[in-house]
Design a binder for this molecule. Structure first.
Ligand code: GRF
Length: 209
């Protein structure tokens, strides 16, 4: 069983897709052992509770410094003894100590086709605003491993989504979630649990191909 910790900050629709995947058996050999939020009001916490998953809030405002917050976050992760940490809309920059401790065991979902519209400052609706400003015809989502950079780690899966005439950032965000994020995040976890993903020379490779 792959022990998964999911880190969230907001609505938790990606968390829900993972919960549903585990329940339906499309994500195999996986158990969500804990949900961690940096935001007390995240609806994701309610989703965890409704599904009987242990959930904790580690909120920066409750700690005297960023460093102490980082220590608390790492402790909350370590207590759950995860094999994999899934950042599902987690708006906290992961401390270096955590990336080092869980190298190649942290994944993130990003709402664009990396390397477009990614890196510092590209999160949430801003990503979709930038895609619309540039006038791309295709956007999408990417699941990647997390390294020390922002959105720079090895790419596991990507899925393209069409941009349509008249799209607003909100409409595009919804389409990217429905058509890409909620599909490739569960799929990536299933493939990792199945031992299908390895990293070689800084890139992901499938072990069955
Ligand atoms: C998603 O768009 C995800 O790609 C981004 O943050 C958003 C989280 O949404 N990193 P939700 O909390 O999973 O609904």
């Amino acid at each position: 069983m792959l022990r998964v910790v999911v880190c969230v900050s907001g609505g938790g629709t990606n968390l829900q897709a993972v919960i549903d995947g585990v329940k339906a058996g499309s994500i195999r050999n996986t158990e969500i052992v804990r949900v961690i939020s940096n935001n007390k009001n995240a609806y994701a916490l309610q989703r965890a509770e409704e599904n009987g998953i242990a959930a904790v809030c580690v909120c920066p405002a409750d700690y005297v410094s960023r460093e102490v917050f980082h220590q608390a976050l790492l402790a909350a992760v370590e207590e759950a003894e995860p094999d994999l940490i899934v950042l599902a809309g987690f708006l906290v920059v992961i401390p270096q100590e955590m990336t080092a401790r869980y190298r190649n065991r942290i994944i993130n979902i990003h709402p664009s086709l990396i390397p477009s519209f990614c890196g510092t400052g590209y999160y949430g609706l801003r990503v979709h605003e930038a895609a619309l400003e540039r006038g791309v015809r295709l956007t999408g989502a990417t699941v990647h491993f997390v390294d020390e950079g922002t959105d720079t780690g090895p790419i596991i899966l990507q899925k393209a989504v069409e941009v349509k005439e008249g799209d607003t950032p909100e409409v595009l965000q919804k389409r990217v979630m429905e058509e890409a994020e909620w599909k490739i995040l569960p799929q990536a976890i299933d493939e990792i649990a199945g031992g299908l993903i390895e990293i070689k020379d800084g890139k992901c490779r499938r072990t069955d191909q």
